[in-house]
Ligand binder design. Structure first.
Ligand code: HSE
Length: 307
């Protein structure tokens, strides 16, 4: 019987433009690390980071609570969280802690759950920060690579990304609202035009085809969203310029990473990625905003057994 398990989970980008709440991609930009230790009773959270330590208000705490209840585990669990992913910037920070926790809990109590169940438990923890359950980030963080979230019933389809796919992420140095995901979900239109839906569906289909064909150009050229991005972009200072600059510098497609405010550009490894990153920084600078840029590639997931 193991008494302690440590799991590392990657950051992720959700939506990839037209795949709102459906597409996710694990990226090796940042990682969260969670260590679970068996204790006599209760749930205790230990962290040096500025996150809630009340298990009811913490993504990892909720995952442990839900899994303990479901599998009738009477023992206690200590959760040690080390955040590497900036929280609230659209890089799947809360999802990664939830993903690492679900995978660690599965190992600690030898549950041998399948990918869909792990994603479902990790998603139940996300509720703590987003207010609603959506599985795009958690699925990517648990399974790695590119994921398609099918719901009712939940079924995650994973596709191995092309080896030469690269992303440039720009994380602006701005204050984000406390419940950022909830706020940015509040600005999305409740009704959409059929013509917009057709455009997004055609691009989303081409993105899936691009991953199947291992074709970064098909993926990047299809990162076009006429529904959510136009409604959210006002929340990101300089967004239009950041996007325009990145495309001019050679990026194939640019969009908001998840619910933002990070912006992500998709490219091939042969592109001048430093030039694209610099162009994005200059875009933010035009709105008097600093940013951190990271060049990254798809990552394996917390539960990826091929490590
Ligand atoms: N698909 C979600 C959104 C991701 O865009 O609101 C947020 O984490």
């Amino acid at each position: 019987m193991v008494s302690k398990v440590t799991v590392k989970a990657p950051s992720s980008t959700a939506n990839l433009g037209p795949g709102f709440d459906v597409f996710g991609l694990a990226v090796d930009a940042f990682y969260d690390t969670v260590t679970l230790t068996r204790t006599k009773n209760g749930i205790k959270i230990i962290t040096d980071d500025d996150i809630p330590t009340n298990p009811e208000k913490n993504t990892a705490g909720l995952v442990v609570k839900n899994m303990k209840k479901k599998f009738k585990i009477g023992e206690g669990v200590e959760i040690k969280i080390k955040k590497g992913i900036p929280a609230g910037f659209g890089m799947g920070s809360s999802a990664a802690s939830a993903a690492a926790t679900a995978v660690a809990f599965d190992k600690l109590f030898s549950l041998k759950l399948n990918g869909n169940s792990l994603v479902e438990f990790a998603g139940s923890g996300e509720k703590a920060s987003a207010g609603t359950v959506h599985y795009d980030n958690v699925a990517a963080s648990v399974l790695g690579g590119f994921v398609i979230v099918k719901t009712n019933p939940l079924d995650i389809i994973r596709i191995e990304p092309p080896a030469n796919l690269r992303m440039c992420v720009a994380v602006p140095t701005i204050n984000v609202p406390k419940k950022k995901t909830k706020v940015s979900r509040g600005v999305i239109p409740k009704k959409i035009k059929l013509t917009d839906s057709i455009l997004n569906l055609s691009n989303a289909s081409a993105i899936v085809a691009g991953f199947m064909k291992k074709d970064p150009e098909m993926i990047g050229n299809s990162i076009k969203d006429v529904i959510v991005e136009p409604a959210r972009k006002h929340m990101i200072p300089g967004f239009t310029k950041v996007k325009e600059n990145a495309i001019k510098a050679g990026a194939l497609g640019v969009t908001i990473s998840g619910a933002g405010p990070s912006v992500i550009a998709f490219s091939k490894s042969s592109a001048d990625l430093k030039k694209i990153s610099l162009a994005m920084s200059k875009g933010f600078a035009s709105a008097n905003t600093k940013c951190q840029t990271i060049i990254c590639k798809p990552s394996k997931g917390a539960a990826d057994k091929r490590k």
